[in-house]
Ligand binder design. Structure first.
Ligand SMILES: [Zn+2]
Length: 195
């Protein structure tokens, strides 16, 4: 389906153009204004990883680019709300992993793209040293919500962040246990705004 910018889109039109693997899917749209109506973020070049994380931890935005339910959709916006990175040796399930395009990598070079996901498993050896970190992320490359090893897939790049107390909500507390049990995301109480 070619995108015809001359046709005003309804909310349903825009929803139908959200890539099937996006989670959550129905709200990955925005209202562009009365002239052209609604548009899917799948058509604007916005990858769905930050939107996935924002819903899981409950980061709504104001004055920035947000989905139809009010959640952040850009990695840089998510990172700026999370504050300083934590030490990788302290990483725990429920933390956020993110990298920003162009940022320096600890092993040299620069991060190739902005990307983020949720930490869903951490293994430590007997001495307490982190031996593996699993990242669950909405992957545009794999076109699915994938679980990947932090070092193998992301070269150990990016940083880990812990949701600050000021950002925690009942929504966070409802979502994270579900995520860590491996359930698919289900918006607990996030009606999609219309109009
Ligand atoms: Zn959304």
């Amino acid at each position: 389906m070619a995108f015809d910018y001359k046709v005003k889109r309804t909310e349903a039109d825009a929803k139908a153009r959200v890539d099937a693997y996006v989670e959550p899917r129905d709200c990955f749209i925005w209202f562009t204004g009365n002239r052209w109506g609604w548009q899917s973020f799948s058509e604007t070049g916005d990858t769905p990883c930050a939107h996935y994380v924002a819903h899981q931890v409950g980061l709504r935005g104001s004055g920035s680019v947000v989905c139809a339910a009010g959640y952040l959709v850009r990695v840089s916006d998510v990172v700026s709300r999370l504050g300083d990175a934590i030490d990788p040796k302290d990483v725990c399930p429920g933390d956020v992993w993110a990298r920003l395009k162009g940022a320096a990598r600890s092993g040299g070079g620069n991060e190739p793209t902005s990307h983020c996901g949720m930490v869903t498993a951490v293994l430590r050896d007997a001495a307490g040293k982190v031996t593996s970190v699993s990242i669950t992320h909405c992957s545009s490359g794999q076109r699915r919500v994938a679980v990947d090893d932090w070092r193998r897939r992301f070269g150990g790049g990016g940083h880990f962040y812990r949701l600050p107390d000021r950002e925690r909500s009942a929504e966070t507390d409802a979502n994270l246990p579900r995520l860590l049990k491996g359930f698919a995301f289900r918006p607990p109480f996030t009606p999609v705004r219309t109009g």
